[in-house]
Ligand binder design. Structure first.
Ligand code: F6P
Length: 373
């Protein structure tokens, strides 16, 4: 590795993929080149920074036409050697030798800055690199929308669009067969996707981690709709919604809450409604469908603004910061602040209040009807 002839900006994408990653790569490259920088993209997230170091040049040719493509042309790694999270809220010190290697790579290539695009896990790694003297800038990515310091992460709107489309489709089949349909969506420990898709897709019951719920109230919503002549119900449940006894449903995996793969709560909710009410119920897990595919126009714009702003931060030497969306502006916050605590749905937010006013149940109270009930 020899230092590049021109000042160079490195970009990497870490953690789970999501729509809009390529839009960030394209925007950062197109912004950086006219400012006199070269751009390189490290492959497979942080893994590309260390043995074997792997990167590709980014230019106008290979970043053309990627705006609309989901995933990431650089590849990504989830939970690789750099994992910086252990349990819920627990940070892990990354092996100092790995940090040294990564810092050496950045130094040997003479990088002016390293743009790290990722969710809370990837940005926790970026923070440690920053503390290790690496000039990093963060870009908030995740369909879960659970990063602090920003109103929205890119990818969230695309996931909500996909979940809303699923609800639209379930609506017609639920109505035709007079069934209860339970749609399980992603979001980890935050209910943003369930809340927004539930409202946008005309859901009748929304179950999220932030609002404790009971089966009695969920079933009461189904019965209440039937009294009104509506013989079908759409239930949207976030994968991280605890069962009424507090159980978090997951694959039993590695045992630490932050690391386990969530999923399965929808099937349990469906079975219990069927058992209690004797209705026909079906459970659908949307899964990775909501993480793939083309980004929505909103996500394309947000990701583009994020990519351009990240280069601006490098150019101004403002390292250790994450770009963020503070409507109507794009700004930045310290990465440490963004990852300090996850952003969750506020149960008293206007979105929850509006949903309740429309009669949408959250499983925590008898069904309410009427404006501002
Ligand atoms: O963080 C994004 C996310 O899609 C979560 O909503 C979900 O719980 C998790 O990643 C799934 O991870 P994996 O792709 O590793 O199964």
């Amino acid at each position: 590795m020899s230092p590049a002839a021109k000042p160079t900006i490195g970009i990497l994408t870490g953690g789970g993929d999501c729509p809009g990653l390529n839009a960030v790569i394209r925007a950062a490259t197109k912004t950086a080149l006219p400012l006199g920088y070269d751009c390189i993209g490290f492959l497979k997230g942080y893994e590309g920074l260390v043995d074997p170091v792997a990167y590709m040049p980014l230019d106008l040719r290979n970043t053309a036409d990627i705006l609309l493509h989901g995933g990431t042309i650089l590849g990504s790694t989830n939970k690789g050697r750099f994992s910086a999270l252990v349990g819920e809220g627990d940070r892990r010190q990354i092996d100092p030798h790995l940090l040294d290697q990564a810092a050496d790579t950045v130094r040997q290539l003479g990088l002016a800055g390293l743009v790290c695009v990722g969710g809370d896990g990837s940005l926790a790694i970026a923070q440690q690199l920053h503390e290790h003297g690496v000039p990093v800038v963060g870009v908030p990515k995740t369909i879960d929308n659970d990063l602090g310091g920003t109103a929205f992460t890119f990818g969230f709107d695309s996931a909500v669009a996909c979940a809303t489309d699923a609800l639209d489709r379930l609506h017609t089949t639920a109505a035709s067969h007079e069934r209860v349909m339970v749609l399980e969506v992603m979001g980890r420990h935050a209910g943003w996707i369930a809340l927004h898709a539930g409202i946008a897709g005309g859901g009748d019951v929304i179950l999220i981690p932030e609002i404790p719920w009971t089966f009695e109230h969920v079933c009461a919503s189904v019965v209440d709709r039937e009294r009104e002549g509506k013989r079908f119900t759409l239930v949207v449940v976030a994968e991280g919604a605890h069962l009424p006894d507090g159980t978090l449903v997951h694959d039993g995996g590695q045992g630490e809450e932050r690391q386990v793969r969530l999923g399965g709560v929808g099937g349990i909710v469906a079975a219990e409604i069927a058992k209690r009410l004797g209705r026909e119920v079906r459970a659908i897990v949307l899964g990775h469908l909501q993480r793939g595919g083309t980004p929505t126009p909103f996500d394309r714009v947000l990701a583009t603004e994020f990519g351009a702003h990240a280069v601006r931060l490098v150019h101004e030497g403002r390292f250790g910061r994450m770009v963020c969306y503070r409507p109507p502006d794009i700004a930045s916050v310290p990465i440490a602040e963004a990852i300090a605590c996850l952003s969750c749905v506020d149960p008293s937010s206007s979105a929850v209040q509006a949903a309740r006013a429309l009669g949408i149940g959250f499983g925590d109270a008898p069904p309410l009807r009427g404006p501002f009930a």
